[in-house]
Design a protein around this ligand. Structure first.
Ligand code: HEC
Ligand code: HEC
Length: 293
């Protein structure tokens, strides 16, 4: 047993251990360390009592404050749905004109429209709605079935040549394949149709005879749907043939193929796949995009 020895410089007792003349002082752990140790222990005790903490078997200690992160999340979901419900009801109930006149609702259209279009329509009509061969450009003023919001909404609802009972029915006849017109007549009417949108062709003397003959073929076979002046007819979905926009193409070979073999575009019905509100948003998104051109 060692004799208690006090270090003369610091006043501390030594532990009695000595290495090569160096003696170990018996310095106590500083008070501050004890303080923090006790404080953190008390804090965890308090936390265990107040907050959800210890798991056991099928549950966990819930804590006396009853705080539940899960409940907080579901509550904010409910609140978000309520926020959404206020504008969805307003969009559902308002007319197209009223929505267009309401900047707050149009902001919803501009925010939600691109996502809805990207998810549902872009595969066929292109991400920018400018269409692809066989899929019409939706950003022009050249509409098959009419460009009023009501007409566009109806097209989206029922589709074209779709399975919907009220589907819009679009039929460009196969004049050549079905033997309704002979090849020379088709070549003439193709020249006439192209002259409607190509100013240089209309004044080209070398094809003037074909165009004149084609004019007669057109009046007898095509005008009933495309109109006497070729500007189309939205009641049968017949496109305007006098402008720069083509679904399938305006070059000679493509127009010939169209008249020879016919065309029947398919646009799905969205009535069961998109809510009325989503269809309204898409309609106004298209109208809005076209007006921004
Ligand atoms: C499977 C391909 C496909 C998808 C997907 C599709 N469309 Fe179409 N859509 C077409 C085709 C093809 C036509 C043209 C039909 C025709 O030639 O008569 C068309 C025509 C239209 C028209 C009529 C254009 C006019 O000139 O009158 C509108 C409006 C339209 N689509 C909107 C939409 C919207 C909005 C969506 C997304 C909800 C969508 N489409 C998704 C293929 C598609
Ligand atoms: C029964 C009505 C009907 C008649 C008759 C008709 N068309 Fe069409 N035509 C349509 C419809 C509808 C379309 C659009 C087809 C589609 O995309 O589904 C179309 C499309 C076309 C197109 C394609 C336009 C484009 O943008 O690519 C051309 C070209 C055309 N018709 C020319 C003619 C000519 C020429 C005749 C006469 C020989 C004719 N059509 C007769 C209804 C008709």
């Amino acid at each position: 047993m060692s004799v208690e020895e006090r270090d003369p410089h610091t006043g501390y007792l030594t532990t009695g251990h000595e290495w090569n003349g160096i003696k170990e002082l018996n310095t106590p752990v500083p008070r501050a360390v004890y303080f923090f140790l006790i404080a953190t222990a008390l804090f965890s005790l308090g936390y265990w009592i107040l907050m959800p903490a210890w798991p056991f078997g099928s549950g966990y200690t819930k804590g006396v404050l009853g705080i539940d992160q899960r409940q907080i999340v579901s509550q904010s979901i409910v609140e978000a749905a309520r926020d959404r419900a206020t504008w969805t009801t307003r969009i559902q109930q308002a007319s197209f004109a009223d929505i267009q006149a309401d900047p707050a609702l149009m902001m919803v259209v501009r925010e939600t429209g691109p996502r809805l279009f990207g998810d549902n329509c872009a595969a066929c009509h292109g991400a920018d709605a400018r269409g692809n061969k066989g899929f019409p450009n939706l950003t022009t003023n050249s509409w098959l079935w009419g460009g009023s919001p009501e007409a566009i909404a109806e097209t989206i609802r029922v589709g074209i040549n779709s399975a919907h009972p009220d589907s819009r029915v679009s039929q460009m006849l196969a004049f050549g394949r079905d033997g309704m017109l002979q090849r020379p007549d088709i070549e003439n009417v193709v020249a006439y149709v192209r002259s409607l949108s190509h100013a240089d062709l209309a004044t080209d003397k070398t094809v003037a005879d074909r165009i004149a003959a084609g004019n007669t073929v057109f009046a007898n076979n095509c005008a009933s749907c495309h109109g006497p002046d070729g500007k189309g007819d939205p009641s049968v979905g017949a496109p305007n043939l006098t402008d720069a926009f083509w679904i399938y193409g305006g070059d000679e070979q493509t127009v010939f193929d169209t008249v020879w073999g016919g065309r029947q575009g398919h646009m799905p019905t969205w009535e069961d796949r998109l809510s009325e509100v989503d269809r309204k948003i898409l309609t106004l998104y298209l109208v809005d995009q076209r007006m921004a051109q």
